[in-house]
Design a protein around this ligand. Structure first.
Ligand code: AHR
Length: 618
């Protein structure tokens, strides 16, 4: 491998080259990144009309002891459904309540992870014309282990108006399969609505599950694309994500049915939280807005103006003056300073749809007129033919087999150098060889990303998909980060991305592999500056996608003086089988930074490396 590391040979890569794409799929947000532990906290998931089901809430007690129903008496105008508990049993009468009382419990998203010594902030809204003695408890899934309790005690008529209760529960024990229980042993009728349990300890105090958000931060993503994916479109427009329904106080958000991935979301992780997460991660937000098109219906250009205004309002929400109509809502949510929203992507995989271009042009001209600096992303692929409409970037999604993904190292070699740049906003090896996240899939993706580095004069940004999967709701395989209520681990694809986390804004240097007929090796070389010590580092990445063990001699020319000869070699994947995966039992079977040993730069000298099926960097 010959690397020319001279400064003259270098080319700066885009500052936002590698980032992440978050979609509400696989319970990535609801029951995942968003740390809320209660599922269906406003009882709206059964629909806006009553009677409705209260899934996954469960009734404690039989019909002679308690009657649980829903009605539309909530104090929240946009989500009127409330829970009504008519308690018939009473420990002071003949119809005594069972031990522990009657009421309801919420199992969260496949169990709540409650940890000893940790505090949980509980908020609920309650109404009753009777005296109330309601226990709010965190208990184990069999109800036997009580971890924490708070009693709400009130005289009759004290709670005759809806009242917000807020308190902390500090857990005495640990149980990853806990639930929240609301129970009583006194007869009377109690209404409850908008119930929340949030760990006090969240990522930067902003409500994100710490372990998951930290895994994102460790990738040093330069952008965050949100919220989909197909989720943006919906199966039907009436169910598509509407940013304006997801901002303001959480109690007043109606929530909606995610009809693509088939689950309810309370929209706790809404448009504001996305912008906040991007800011917390130091990433540029990329908002994918609905372009008036779903999987099954679309809005004609003659009536698209409402959608256009909705996007302009969304941009105003993100970056408008705190006194503006939408900027003021952001300010009341605690963020008077504008968010740095500089990218808007119009639709998702919609280029082929009848109305797309006509609608797109209306969005494009309205956004550019109001916000000329915003970069607009089209769904139409400009990599093989010029676009017939204006755009700053064009969106490309690549889902394919591992062999094909590796060969796409050359995907952009022949792309015209004149048009808008590509945004590969979704890429992943899928199908049989991808499993639930295999070594071979990660290797192939690494080969593809090395091609993106080489072609980063025409590729501006790239992110894998999907980012998260809750192991209890696997709808799309594979994914970068796997979790359940308590644990999380990265698939090889996740760890592979660590090899690229210094690439954005770094200098790309030409390198040549001389390996005869062996075509399964690809490599790249970058120099990047560490902002902590101002040192410049040379980073060489090599992917061996083939089955042969290769003896590699690396020669670096063009290094300037003051070269520190120390360094290290890290490998994701040596001596593993192509189909190997990480798992909850063995989360670090395939892992980045399993250092092989020191590398030594010797001016133009070289070390011989044995490279098996692996991705290495030194
Ligand atoms: O990443 C999963 C899905 O794949 C996305 O929702 C969609 O854009 C693509 O088809």
């Amino acid at each position: 491998l010959l690397v020319d590391a001279s400064s003259q040979s270098g080319r700066k890569m885009p500052d936002n080259l590698f980032g992440i794409f978050f979609e509400e799929i696989n319970h990535a947000g609801a029951g995942g990144l968003w740390a809320e532990l209660v599922s269906n906290r406003g009882f709206e998931a059964g629909g806006p009309n009553t009677p409705s089901n209260i899934d996954p809430w469960v009734i404690i007690g039989n019909e002679s002891q308690i009657i649980v129903s829903t009605d539309r008496t909530s104090c929240f105008a946009r989500n009127k459904v409330a829970l009504r508990m008519e308690v018939l049993c009473d420990d002071k009468g003949s119809n005594t309540c069972p031990a522990g009382g009657v009421g309801v419990y919420n199992p969260g998203f496949w169990g709540m992870n409650i940890e000893r010594g940790k505090a949980y902030k509980v908020i609920l809204h309650i109404k009753s014309f009777d005296s109330v003695k309601l226990s709010v408890s965190l208990v184990s899934s069999d109800g036997r282990q009580n971890l924490a309790t708070h009693n709400i005690i009130a005289e009759s008529s004290e709670l005759s108006n809806w009242t917000k209760m807020e308190f902390l529960l500090k857990s005495r024990g640990t149980n990853a399969n806990s639930r929240l229980q609301l129970t009583t042993t006194e007869s009377g009728t109690i209404w409850v609505d908008q119930v929340s349990v949030l760990p006090l300890d969240t990522y930067m105090g902003d409500g994100f599950r710490k372990g998951l958000a930290s895994m994102l931060a460790n990738l040093k993503p330069r952008f965050l694309r949100y919220p989909g994916g197909s989720y943006v479109e919906g199966e039907w427009l009436r169910n598509a994500f509407r940013w304006s329904e997801t901002v303001g106080p959480w109690e007043e958000r109606p929530g909606h049915f995610n009809d693509v991935w088939k689950y309810w979301t309370d929209d706790g992780l809404g448009f504001f939280e996305f912008l906040q997460l991007a800011e917390d991660l130091g990433a540029s937000p990329v908002w994918v807005a609905n372009s008036g098109i779903s999987h099954n219906d679309q809005v004609s250009p003659s009536v698209i103006s409402g959608f256009v205004q909705n996007i302009l309002d969304g941009i105003e929400f993100a970056r408008g003056d705190p006194k503006s109509q939408w900027g003021s809502i952001r300010a009341t949510m605690g963020h008077p300073e504008p968010f740095q929203l500089n990218y808007v992507s119009l639709g998702n995989q919609d280029c082929w749809k009848k109305q797309y271009i006509e609608n797109y042009l209306k969005f494009y001209s309205a956004i550019k007129a109001a916000y000329p600096d915003i970069k607009i992303v089209t769904n139409c692929d400009g990599s093989f033919q010029p676009l017939n409409h204006p755009a700053d970037l064009y969106d490309i999604h690549v889902y394919t087999s591992s062999g094909d993904m590796f060969s796409r190292n050359h995907e952009f070699d022949r792309t015209t150098r004149n048009g808008p740049k590509a945004f590969v906003s979704e890429y992943a090896v899928t199908g049989n060889d991808a499993g639930k996240g295999t070594l071979v899939a990660a290797l192939a993706e690494a080969g593809f990303l090395i091609g993106i580095e080489r072609n980063s004069d025409v590729v501006e940004m790239a992110s894998c998909a999907p980012l998260f999967v809750n192991d209890n709701d696997r709808q799309f395989n594979p994914d970068a980060i796997v979790f359940n209520s308590r644990q999380q681990y990265g698939t090889p694809s996740y760890w592979m991305q660590h090899f690229f986390k210094h690439s954005s804004g770094a200098i790309f240097h030409p390198s040549t592999i001389q390996a005869g007929n062996y075509t399964s090796l690809v490599a790249s070389a970058i120099t990047w500056q560490n902002s902590h010590n101002d040192n410049t580092y040379l980073k060489i990445k090599i992917v061996n996608y083939g089955g042969d063990l290769v003896n590699l001699k690396i020669s670096v020319t063009g290094l300037e003086n003051n070269v520190d000869s120390s360094g290290s070699i890290n490998t994701l994947l040596t001596s593993s089988q192509p189909q190997d995966e990480n798992s909850f039992q063995n989360p670090k079977k395939l892992l980045v930074y399993g250092a092989l040993g020191p590398a030594h730069a010797q001016g133009a000298g070289a070390d011989a490396l044995k490279v098996g099926l692996s991705l290495l960097y030194m």
